[in-house]
Design a protein around this ligand. Structure first.
Ligand SMILES: Cc1ncc(COP(=O)(O)O)c(C=O)c1O
Length: 389
């Protein structure tokens, strides 16, 4: 082998880390647009509203007052203390300020959490279908993803189902509720069962609560609030979905030691903290009055119900998502291959969606539609499907 073949090679830890399929879909959308056609976009994952004014104003105030210098890399004390209060009150997680770290969005929280917990050769249990980047975060630890079908767990029981997939090598469970892409919201009983299993097998839980504020049916239960779970859970939050702040890259993780030391090291040597003025804006976000979410939920609910009834009328059978802003209908009547089904919808009706297979083998036969868009866009997309499918 020549020197350059060995030298010009990425570090092996990146071998199994992939890129998102969503990029491929975005490119297809742009290509169809360049042919002068309108595309009805349901493939996204962003809130349909803009960042609220009071949050933007707090950022501008911080800039005007020159609060622009290095902050402690775990976050400004005012924000950490406000987050600790929020998770105690709203999530019933018994955290104090030192159990909180501010990070660049939910993604950095999850990256740091997996890096802090998972060793090479370990196995991680992931309820499936699952949010795609998790497979890459696990791969970056050089560990193995073990998919646990959510549907089976809900039908046969969580302890029974998890027992079928656990091995000597299992280290952690990734627990996402409300779920992307299915909109499943795990019940308190289900959380208890997962917690019982984690405690009995001495597993660590990486909880992803990115959509905690977008729930229509049931209630949000943070697994770290359950007896004996705080010490074995890293809970990851983001301001992206709750406050329409996707581009701000603002999130936080909650965990006691030894996990917090891991999260701090990961932050220190990657971003060395989050933008200081952005943190002052995050502080303003956390003090948003509670009725903000009630209004937001009713807006999402109108969109969910409109999309759901349209899809079901079209014969794309769809269970009602209890949370998040995605519908995940069965599209086997179009094609059993979800990539082919997505292509058919895009070519015939200019409707862009995400193929279910992207979310793991248990997502095959489905497409993910986001209903986080305008009522008019949902109506227009459904109309195009009625006319062209
Ligand atoms: C399930 C889930 N977790 C975490 C995130 C991370 O969001 P962000 O990095 O924008 O904070 C997302 C974003 O789509 C998500 O869907």
């Amino acid at each position: 082998m020549s020197t350059s073949e060995t030298a010009f090679r990425l570090a092996a830890r990146l071998d199994r880390v992939g890129f998102s399929d969503i990029v491929t879909i975005r490119n297809r959308v742009m290509e169809i647009r360049s042919r002068g056609k309108q595309v009805y976009q349901f493939e996204g994952g962003e809130p349909f509203t803009n960042t609220p004014e009071h949050i933007k104003e707090a950022m501008m105030r911080a800039l005007a007052e020159d609060r622009t210098r290095y902050a402690p890399s775990s976050g400004i004390p005012e924000l950490r203390s406000s987050i600790a209060e929020k998770v105690r009150e709203r999530n019933s997680i018994p955290a104090s300020e030192q159990d909180v770290i501010v990070m660049s969005g939910g993604m950095q929280c999850l990256f740091a959490a997996f890096q802090s917990v998972v060793n090479p050769e370990d196995e991680v249990l992931v309820f499936s279908p699952y949010w795609t980047p998790i497979k890459d975060l696990v791969a970056h630890c050089r560990a193995t993803l073990v998919l646990v079908p959510t549907e089976t767990a809900r039908r046969d029981g969580f302890v029974e189902t998890l027992s079928r997939y656990v091995t000597e090598r299992t280290r952690a469970i990734y627990y996402n509720t409300p779920q992307n892409p299915t909109g499943v919201v795990f019940t308190g009983k289900e959380a208890e069962a997962v917690a019982q299993f984690a405690r009995s097998r001495d597993l660590i839980v990486i909880a992803d609560e990115a959509y905690e504020d977008i729930i229509f049916d049931g209630e949000h239960v943070s697994i770290a609030s359950i007896e004996g779970m705080f010490e074995r859970t890293i809970t990851c939050y983001t301001l992206s979905k709750s406050y329409s702040m996707t581009g701000w890259r603002m999130g936080y993780a909650v965990a006691p030691e030894p996990w917090m030391t891991g999260l701090k090291k990961m932050t220190l040597y990657s971003t060395n903290g989050v933008s200081t003025p952005g943190q002052w804006a995050a502080l303003a976000a956390l003090s948003t009055p509670g009725d903000f979410f009630e209004k937001l939920r009713s807006e999402y609910l109108r969109r969910r119900d409109l999309l759901l009834s349209g899809l079901n009328e079209l014969g794309l059978k769809c269970e009602s998502p209890a949370g998040a802003f995605y519908a995940f209908p069965d599209v086997t009547s179009v094609s059993t291959d979800s990539r082919a089904a997505a292509e058919i919808l895009l070519e015939r009706a200019q409707v862009a969606t995400v193929p279910g297979i992207v979310f793991g083998e248990h997502g095959e036969g489905h497409l993910r539609f986001s209903f986080s868009t305008s009522i008019e866009a949902i109506e227009a997309g459904l109309d195009s499907l009625r006319r062209n499918l």
